[in-house]
Structures are given as structure tokens and as C-alpha cells.
Design a protein around this ligand. Sequence first.
Ligand SMILES: C[S@@+](CC[C@H](N)C(=O)[O-])C[C@H]1O[C@@H](n2cnc3c(N)ncnc32)[C@H](O)[C@@H]1O
Length: 331
Amino acid sequence: MKLIEKLLQCPQCKSNSLKYSQEYVNCLKCENEYQVKNNIPLMFLPNNWKKSINDVSKIVKKFYEKTPFPNYESIENKYDLILKAERSFYAKILNEQIPFNTKVLEVGCGTGQLSNYLGIAKRYVFGADMCMNSLRLAENFRKNNNINNTSFIQMNLFKPVFEKESFDLIICQGVLHHTSNPYLGFQKISQLVKKNGYIIIGLYNKYGRILTDIRRSIFKFTGDNFKFIDPRLRNIDRGKLKRESWFNDQYKHPHESKHTIGEVINWLELNNFDFINAIPKTTPLNPLTNNEKLFKINKKGNMIDHFIVQMFSIFNGYREGGLFLIIGKRR
Ligand SMILES: C[S@@+](CC[C@H](N)C(=O)[O-])C[C@H]1O[C@@H](n2cnc3c(N)ncnc32)[C@H](O)[C@@H]1O
């Protein structure tokens, strides 16, 4: 039995009595049938929330089906992917510090660059997303580069297709702020973490995003002129498609919310997680070092610390669009 078959559950009735073939996954309990296309099980089910709740998943899905993110331009094979990842301090140390043989789930993996990168080493990596165009790019890259430790699956993070406590590490970066209810999303995916396992959540910061909001207004009033005011857009070493994909994701997105360090630390506490680390750090004058141990416990700081760090992020968080990462460990 393949690992994925041991971990999957039906997103409809939550039964793990599933029958697998090349073309379908069938639930033996509720009899739902999920197609498997291009090696990707299509197990996305829409939210069945009350009409009064504004469910943005349809418009967000439509947006990413048209502009999958991130773009693979100039990444032709896994050596290009490794080079790109190793230029990013975070991706490099993440890869170095996730042990072999761990089970990792990337929720909202987009085109799967991180999942494919982490799956080059001997781990069991799953990339889940609701957007099929992104997953198709992810799976084609995986297949063409013989990355055999990564698998992709179509899933709605509000209706997980994995059994509770299945993963040593869940990574969910740049995703929950594009949903109708980020905290509910956090609750759903955090249940998939094993005891003593970790979760990494990346969200737009209320303060770190201020410059992006100002630039968005300038683009709006100038008909998308003056693109040079965004450092990533004036960097012509990045290909045209990459710059377009960044521009759309940052400035044309149909839905985003913004969050604070204190808010996410509170989510951790309410859901039985300890705070472990963050990027940027949650205490001031405490920069990341080359020897950073991502999964080693750090001080979480108090409200004043968070305020100072977030104020600084107005000016230094812009390169990543004001994203901050928090790492928690399940008790
Ligand atoms: C900005 S992209 C982030 C991609 C990747 N995590 C990264 O950091 O480059 C956001 C992704 O979240 C996915 N997403 C948003 N809502 C989702 C949901 N309800 N279920 C699954 N995926 C979702 C989108 O399809 C999109 O691919």
C-alpha cells in the first residue's frame, strides 16, 4: 500500500475506507467517487457554508487557475530549482533542518516549487492545493525531474483529505489570508499535525503590508504605471512572466486579509501548540543568524516587542510583500 493511501480520508464522510485505482479513488462508505487525473487525486469539495457567509474560494480559485503562483519561468529542471531555493536563506535552512523520513504536507502549495524542492531529499512530501492549473505544473515538473518523494493532491483546506495527526510538519505560506476564514482554516489544518509535530504559518502582516497597500493605490490611480516602485518589478533579472505573476498576486488579488504576530500566537495557544520561532523574530534587535535553528524554541516576546518588530516590518518586510512566518509545535 502506498503511503498516500494510508493517510487519505474521504473529505465528505471522513471515512478511511477508500478504494484506489489508476483513475479513481472511491469511498466505500459514502460512495463518493474522486477522479485521478495526471496522477493527481481530485478530492476538492466546495464549502457548504451558510449563504450569509461570503465564501471567497470560488473567486480565489478562478484567480489562481488563470495565474498560477509562483511561476516556473527559467526553472527548467531540478538543478535550477535547487539553485533558486538556495538563493533564499529560508528555503535553504528549511531543507537542511527538516530531517529525512519526515512526513510533510504543504497546504496551498500552488505550483509546488517548495514541495518539489523538499522532496528531492528522502522525505515524504505532499503538496495540496485547490487550483488544478497550479497542480498540473507541479506534477509535470515532479514527473519530468523524477522527484519520487513528492505527491500532489487537489484539496480544499477547509475539507482536509488527510486523517488527523498524519504529519510531522505542515507548511502553509501565503494561503490562509486568501480565504474567508483564516482562523477556521488554521484549526482545520493544525489538526493534521502529529503530537510533537510542527506547523509553519505564513501570513500578510497588518503593518508589513502597508507599503504594498500604498503601491496598490498608486497602481490603481495611474492605470498600473510606475511599476518600478516595487523592487521585484524593477529587477529585470527576473523574467517577464515571473514579474507579471508577482504583480498579479500582490496587487490584483480578489481577496486578502492581514494579521498580527499576537493574533497567530493566540491561534497556537488556543489549539494546543507552543510558539517555537518566527521570521522575522518576535523580539526586537534579534536578527536571524546564519546558524539559525528554525525548530529550536525562542522567546515569543510581549505586546510591546511585537509592536516594535511589526513597526520595523513596515520598512523591511516589503521584499516579501509583508509576509511573516510563525512556527509552532504541537503539545
Ligand atoms: C499565493 S499562493 C501561495 C503558493 C505557495 N504557498 C507559495 O508560498 O508560493 C496561494 C495558494 O493558496 C491556494 N488556496 C487558497 N485557498 C485555498 C483553499 N481553500 N484550499 C486549498 N488551497 C487554497 C491557492 O490556490 C494558491 O495556489
